[in-house]
Write a protein that binds this ligand. Structure first.
Ligand code: ZN
Length: 437
């Protein structure tokens, strides 16, 4: 072990095993989709532990669960720590659960040590981070910052045909020990421990990632129109072939975007061709481009490059083109004070850390719009997640929880809430519909 942890590592690893049994699949994974029976059992299990330790438990209309440990200063907004307990259908044991159970361990270790923090520290379990049974993902965190759940959303149905409003109500009612609280409230800040879901930390042999933000994502829908024609008889000079236009344009973009900037991501994952005959020049090709970058300026530059390149290719092939932005998630920049606090704690604990940008969405992305937020990553084997093979070395679980403990302790003494907005109740545009994490 690299450190002598300030938390009870054995207890936390035991909890990870216990919770992995809730919704366990035969292949060693976990299927605990949001607002299912398994999710409710996990909520009940953590509530039972919380109440046995004297913490208070509350839930809001979105079924976000809050486990509160009193602070020394009455009326101070709490520092939130936590993650999510729902999983993908082919989920693993650590995605979400590690952040929640490490946060529980932080509260229990504070209690064991009889440590009084200035600000209260509160564990949060966000509802439906994964977005697989109900869309969109990070639904609970989004509702928390909006202060509301829209009627359209409440009327939406799960993949198994149930109404969100009913499933939320049933989930809340299954936990009568938790009192109902308002949706959205002032908080001092939010810190989330999570598995990296990428192989960088493991490859670098570094146990702690200090996450500085989440990269931005845009989806472009590209429609190229030409003219259908006979594959055998139409000479090149008479063709207006949208497939040729798309291929020539995309080939150029594959050569440039990711080659010149290692932070950039460029993916075409869906393409439809009409009429879709083997022996006909297509009339229309529609495809979607997913672009990602940690910085807004670069994201804009990539979109501009795509627009120019594809227009040129379409014109060159005698086609017309329309490009529409159908999804836009701006890059999120986490709070400098919290980033520095995590880094300082890692250094003081003698644990190597590195700054990094998250490639995946997390609840923290949404909370960062209204309160100081940061994330701590720990390595996961081969970067694999959303998979029964998802694995985190027990030592990294313990180190992650230890760094969360010390960061929460240090941050709870800081006047973070001053000058920071309380939770806005005006709706922030919900522009991430249908997108998973
Ligand atoms: Zn997650």
């Amino acid at each position: 072990m690299l450190i002598t942890p300030s938390i009870n590592g054995t207890r936390m690893l035991g909890r990870l095993d216990t919770f992995a049994e809730i919704g366990a699949t035969a292949d060693g994974g976990v299927d605990r989709q949001s607002l299912t029976e398994g999710d409710r059992r996990a909520r009940a299990a953590i509530t039972e532990i919380a109440l046995s330790r004297g913490f208070t438990v509350a839930q809001d209309a979105a079924a976000n669960l809050f486990i509160h440990r009193r602070g020394g200063h009455a009326g101070t907004p709490p520092l939130l720590i936590g993650s999510h307990l729902d999983t993908q259908p082919t989920g693993g044991r650590f995605d979400g659960a590690l952040g929640v159970l490490a946060a529980l361990e932080v509260l229990e270790s504070l209690e064991d040590g009889n440590i009084q923090t200035a600000a209260p520290i509160e564990l949060v379990v966000w509802t439906n981070e994964e977005g697989c049974r109900f869309a969109p993902g990070s639904m609970g965190a989004q509702a928390f910052i909006d202060g509301t759940l829209s009627d359209t959303l409440l009327a939406s149905r799960s993949t198994d045909g149930l109404r969100l409003a009913d499933e939320l109500a049933a989930t809340r009612e299954a936990l009568p020990q938790a009192h109902l609280c308002t949706l959205g409230k002032p908080i001092a800040g939010y810190i989330e421990l999570h598995i990296e879901q990428a192989p960088h930390l493991e490859r670098a042999g570094i146990p702690i990632g200090v996450v500085t933000g989440v990269q931005g994502t845009r989806w472009l829908k590209v429609s190229v129109k030409g003219e259908a024609g006979h594959a055998g008889t139409t000479p090149l000079s008479a063709r207006r072939d949208p497939m040729r236009a798309a291929n020539m344009g995309l080939a150029r973009l594959y050569e440039t975007i990711m080659q010149t900037d290692t932070d950039a991501r460029f993916t075409v994952g869906r393409m439809t061709v009409e009429p879709g005959s083997v022996n006909a020049i297509p009339s229309t090709v529609v495809f979607y481009i997913d672009i990602r970058h940690p910085r807004l300026k670069e994201l804009d530059a990539i979109e501009a490059e795509i627009t120019v390149t594809l227009h040129d290719a379409a014109t060159g092939a005698g086609c017309t083109i329309a490009i529409e932005r159908v999804f836009d998630m701006e890059p999120a920049r986490f709070d400098n004070t919290l980033i520095n606090a995590i880094e300082d704690v890692a250094k003081a604990r003698g644990v190597a850390s590195t700054r990094m940008v998250s490639g995946a969405f997390h609840d923290a992305l949404f909370i960062s719009r209204v309160a100081p937020t940061a994330m701590i990553f720990v390595p996961c084997r081969d970067g694999i997640s959303h998979n029964p093979r998802e694995f985190v070395d027990p030592e990294f679980c313990i180190i992650g929880a230890d760094i969360l403990f010390h960061t929460a302790l240090s941050v709870s003494e800081m006047p973070l809430a001053e000058g920071n907005p309380t939770i806005r109740t005006t709706a922030i545009s919900n522009n991430h519909k249908g997108v998973g994490t």
